[in-house]
Design a protein around this ligand. Structure first.
Ligand code: SAH
Length: 251
């Protein structure tokens, strides 16, 4: 059996209890060394074979995992954050299906949740935005034109941008071209939940300079939108005048 496990955003105690148990039981671990905190590997038992996928191809990863799984070993494929977000797990699962190897997925805390915690922010404020757009700038991996930053920015929703911290000048241009005001609040969260986490609050226009001033090039998320501001409505759920299935109205 192969378990795809989300390692969480960085802090070693932000892996799930299930993910930690799977690591403890693993005979083979293939971890995404570019972003997974190596401290997680301390949970593995003696003799566990450990591979860093940062320098491996998809084929090489499969050549490690498939024979091990067929040999009855417990295999963990450890991905950063949650594996469903830019995790490249679908292509692995398809090859496992083709080889008749079974697998499960154990979710993890995505870095976009880690970033909200670092910011002490709520992405979905009433009367500000009820939608979170997770996306990225097109890089060597293309993004469909209908999902360009410019097109998505037109919604004025909360946006969290992955894999884009090396292109902040262009990102700001696109956000503004899509309809955001240049002074819209924005934040750069570097290594959310890691011991060296850093948070920089700025505006859309100020993103590139802020990153430059603080030497941020990678392992950062960009968050954008009115949720970083001070104006919002309080929730209906906890409004005394609002009745619902668990509470009567008390105007
Ligand atoms: N599956 C991961 C995302 C992998 S894509 C998740 O759920 O978080 C890699 C990108 O995620 C990085 O380029 C960076 O933009 C972001 N990222 C991952 N971990 C991060 C962290 N701790 N802090 C800030 N950004 C992070």
């Amino acid at each position: 059996m192969i378990h795809f496990v989300g390692a969480g955003p960085g802090a070693e105690d932000l892996i799930t209890v299930r993910g930690a148990k799977l690591l403890e039981q693993a005979d083979v671990v293939v971890y995404a060394g570019s972003l997974v905190n190596p401290a997680h590997l301390a949970r593995t038992k003696e003799g566990c074979a450990i591979y860093d996928s940062a320098s491996m191809t998809l084929e090489q990863v499969m050549d490690v995992m498939i024979p091990a799984a067929k040999d009855g070993k417990n295999v963990v494929r450890l991905h950063t954050g949650d594996p469903s977000v830019y995790g490249a797990i679908r292509e692995q699962m398809d090859i496992l299906d083709a080889n008749g190897v079974s697998y499960e997925v154990c979710p993890g805390v995505s870095s976009f949740c880690g970033a909200a915690a670092a910011l002490k922010a709520e992405y979905t404020l009433p009367n500000v935005s009820q939608t979170v757009i997770l996306s990225r700038m097109a890089g060597r991996t293309p993004v469909p034109e209908r999902e360009s930053i410019r097109a998505l920015a037109a919604h004025g929703s909360t946006m969290v941008l992955f894999l884009s911290s090396g292109m902040l000048g262009k990102l700001s241009e696109e956000l503004i071209a899509g309809g955001y005001a240049p002074e819209t609040p924005a934040a750069i969260v570097y290594k959310a939940t890691w011991p060296d986490e850093k948070v920089f609050r700025t505006t859309i226009a100020g993103l590139e300079q802020t990153a430059k001033d603080n030497d941020i090039h990678k392992t950062a998320l960009i968050t954008v939108g009115g949720f970083l501001g001070d104006v919002y409505d309080r929730s209906k759920l906890y409004d005394p005048a609002f009745a619902h299935g668990y509470r009567e109205a008390n105007p």
